[in-house]
Design a protein around this ligand. Structure first.
Ligand code: ATP
Length: 551
C-alpha cells in the first residue's frame, strides 16, 4: 500500500489535516477533520468501553496535563527521558543518533587503492535498506569502480549512537539531510519534555512540564483511588489523554508526532501474581486489535530480550504492526514491578502501600493472631514485615497510542478494487469504528423520494451517526461513502413508492437487497452488531450498471 495515497485521501476526505496549514504547517502536529475526529473517537470509545466500563476490575481517571514537577523527577523523566541527538553544523539539522544508520564500504579504486584502501560512508535516517535506497546511484558507482577488486566484503553497518566509532571514521559520515561530511556533532542527550512556566514569573521556581505520558497521573492518584473507590487488588486504572514529546524527527504521518493521545492502563496486583497478569494483558491487548480487524499476519507480539529491558522490568512486549513504512510499535505492555509506586513513595514521602484486608481476615485465625500490628511486630527487622498482606503492588502497563491505532486501522482499511469496471477507493473499517454508520439516498430528486429518504434519515439519526445525500448520480454517491468507510447505503427508489421497501447496499461486497421501511433501524442495528450481510436479491448486473454511472 502506498502511504502517499492514504495521506492524500485523508486530506481530501477530511480525516486528517496538517496543523496550522494556512500558515505553512507546523512539523509534528496534526488536526483531525470531520471524519477523522469520529474515527478516532470511536477507537477511543471502544477501548474505554472494553477495557474500563465492561470490566469489574477496572476504573477510569482523567488527570491534568500539567502536574507538580516532582512527578517527573520521581518518574525519571527529568533525569533520563532523553534521546541521543546529532546536530549538523552545516544545515542545522538535528537527528536521533539511534535512528541513524551508516554503511561503511572499503574503497580500493584509487591509485594506491590496493595498498591504501579508504572507507566510503553513506548514511540515512532508518535502517540499512533506507541507506541503500537513498544512495542507490552513489553505491552503484562505487560498486562499478571497485568491480575489478578481487577482495570484496559487504559494508559494515553502524548506528551513530555507537560510542566505539573512531573520530576519523565519524568525520566521514555524511549528514543524512545536506550530505556534507565532517559536520556532524557526536551524540548529545536532549530532553524530550516540553517546558512551560506557571504564573507570571519565568524562573526555575515556576518551571513545569507538559506531560510526556498519561501513566504518571495514574500513579500519583493511586492512593486517592484506593481510599475512595472500594477497589481491591488485582485492579486497574485506565486513562485516555493528550501527551507531548518534543520528538526530534516527527515522521510517518501521525505515527510519530509531538502532540498525541495515549490510552494507558496501570494494572495493580500482588507481586506473586504479576507474571500471570503480564501474560494475560499481552494476549488480551493483542486480541483486541485482531477483533477489530487488524489482520494477525500484519501484527506481531515481540517479546523484548533481557538486554532490552529497563532495569526494573521483568517482561516487556511490543505489539507491532506492519505499516507501509516498516514494522513499528503500536502498543507496549510492560511488567514494571513496584518501581513507579516506590519512586513516588520516596519522592512524596506518602505511604503508597496496599493492605489486603480480605487476605488478612482469612489467614489471621490460622496464624493464631488477632491484630495485624502483632503480625508486623513479630516480623520486626525483616525487609517487608507486613508481607504478604501489606505490600507495594506490582504493575502491568499496557500503553497504547490512539493516533498510532488510528493510523493502523486506516492502513488496514484502505483498499482499491474494481466495481462496475471502475477502480474505487474504499475504507473497509470495522463497523464499530466507521465514522458514519449508514448513508441515506433518494434515487432521484422527485416523485416524493427525497421526503421519504429524509424521514428515514431522521429516524436513523436518533440511533446512529448517519448521512443524507441527494446530489448527483447514485453511483457517485455510493463511491463517496465507500471512501468515507460508511458500511451501508440505503436508497429510496421507484419500488419504495409501490411496496414500502428500500434498497440496502453493503460497502465491501456491493451486494444489494431490500428491507421493509418499518424494519430499517433494526436492520442497521443487526448489521452493525455483526449480523450477516444478506445475499443479494437484486441482479448483480443491474446493480453494477447503476454503480458505473459514477463517471
Ligand atoms: P517509540 O520507541 O516509538 O518512540 P516509546 O517506546 O517511546 O515509542 P512509549 O513511551 O512506550 O513509546 O509510549 C506508549 C505508546 O504511546 C506507544 O506505543 C505509541 O503508541 C504512543 N506514542 C509514543 N510516542 C508517540 C509519538 N511521538 N507519536 C504518537 N504516538 C506515540
Amino acid at each position: 500500500m502506498d502511504m502517499d495515497k492514504l495521506v492524500s485521501l485523508c486530506k481530501r476526505r477530511g480525516f486528517i489535516f496538517p496543523s496550522s496549514e494556512i500558515y505553512g504547517g507546523i512539523n509534528g502536529f496534526w488536526d483531525y477533520g470531520p471524519l477523522g475526529v469520529e474515527l478516532k473517537r470511536n477507537i477511543k470509545e471502544a477501548w474505554w468501553r472494553d477495557n474500563v466500563q465492561m470490566r469489574d476490575d477496572m476504573v477510569g481517571l482523567d488527570c491534568s496535563i500539567i502536574m507538580h514537577p516532582k512527578v517527573w523527577e520521581a518518574s525519571g523523566h527529568v533525569g533520563g527521558f532523553s534521546d541521543p541527538m546529532v546536530d549538523c553544523r552545516e544545515c542545522k539539522g538535528r537527528f536521533r543518533a539511534d535512528q541513524m544508520t551508516a554503511l561503511v564500504f572499503t574503497d580500493r579504486s584509487g591509485p594506491q587503492g590496493a595498498t591504501n584502501p579508504r572507507p566510503l560512508v553513506f548514511s540515512a535516517i532508518g535502517e540499512r535498506e533506507d541507506v541503500e535506497r537513498e544512495n542507490t546511484k552513489a553505491i552503484e558507482k562505487f560498486k562499478k569502480s571497485n568491480a575489478a577488486q578481487a577482495e570484496s566484503s559487504g559494508p559494515d553497518v553502524i548506528r551513530l549512537d555507537n560510542l566505539a566509532i573512531t573520530d576519523e571514521l565519524y568525520a566521514l559520515v555524511p549528514c543524512p539531510s545536506c550530505k556534507a561530511r565532517g559536520t556532524l556533532t557526536r551524540p548529545r542527550s536532549f530532553n524530550l519534555m516540553f517546558e512551560t512556566n506557571i504564573g507570571a514569573l519565568e524562573d526555575a521556581s515556576s518551571k513545569a512540564y507538559l506531560r510526556p505520558e498519561t501513566a504518571q497521573g495514574i500513579f500519583a492518584n493511586f492512593k486517592n483511588v484506593v481510599d475512595t473507590g472500594r477497589v481491591k487488588t488485582p485492579f486497574g486504572i485506565g486513562q485516555i489523554g493528550k501527551s507531548f514529546r518534543n520528538e526530534i524527527n516527527p515522521r510517518n504521518f501521525i505515527f510519530r508526532s509531538r502532540e498525541f493521545e495515549q490510552m494507558e492502563i496501570e494494572f495493580f496486583c500482588h507481586p506473586e501474581e504479576s507474571a500471570k497478569w503480564y501474560q494475560y494483558w499481552r494476549d488480551q491487548r493483542f486480541q483486541w486489535y485482531v477483533r477489530h480487524g487488524l489482520r494477525s499476519d500484519r501484527l506481531r507480539l515481540r517479546e523484548h530480550d533481557a538486554n532490552e529491558l529497563a532495569f526494573y522490568s521483568t517482561g516487556t512486549a511490543d505489539i507491532e504492526y506492519s505499516f507501509p513504512f516498516g514494522v513499528s510499535e503500536l502498543e507496549g505492555i510492560a511488567n514494571r514491578g513496584s518501581y513507579d509506586l516506590t519512586q513516588h513513595q520516596k519522592f512524596s514521602g506518602k505511604d503508597l502501600s496496599y493492605f489486603d484486608e480480605e487476605r488478612w481476615e482469612r489467614d489471621k485465625a490460622g496464624l493464631g493472631l488477632t491484630s495485624f500490628k502483632e503480625y508486623v511486630k513479630k516480623r520486626e527487622g525483616e525487609e517487608k514485615p507486613g508481607y504478604p498482606y501489606q505490600y507495594i503492588p506490582h504493575v502491568i502497563e499496557p500503553s497504547a497510542g490512539a493516533d498510532r491505532a488510528t493510523l493502523a486501522f486506516l492502513c488496514e482499511a484502505y483498499n482499491e478494487d474494481e466495481v462496475g469496471g471502475e477502480v474505487r477507493n474504499v475504507l473497509k473499517f470495522h463497523p464499530r469504528f466507521a465514522p458514519i454508520k449508514a448513508a441515506v439516498f433518494p434515487l432521484v430528486k422527485k416523485d416524493g423520494m427525497p421526503e421519504k429518504a429524509e424521514a428515514i434519515y431522521r429516524d436513523l439519526q436518533r440511533h446512529f451517526p448517519v448521512f443524507f445525500d441527494e446530489k448527483g448520480a447514485i453511483g457517485r454517491r455510493y463511491r463517496r461513502q465507500d471512501e468515507a468507510g460508511t458500511p451501508f447505503g440505503i436508497t429510496v427508489d421507484g419500488q419504495t413508492l409501490t411496496d414500502d421497501t428500500v434498497t440496502f447496499r453493503d460497502r465491501d461486497s456491493c451486494r444489494q437487497w431490500r428491507v421493509p421501511l418499518a424494519g430499517v433501524v433494526q436492520a442497521v442495528r443487526d448489521l452493525l452488531e455483526g449480523g450477516p450481510v444478506p445475499s443479494a436479491d437484486r441482479p448483480a448486473a443491474a446493480a453494477a450498471a447503476e454503480e458505473s454511472d459514477a463517471t
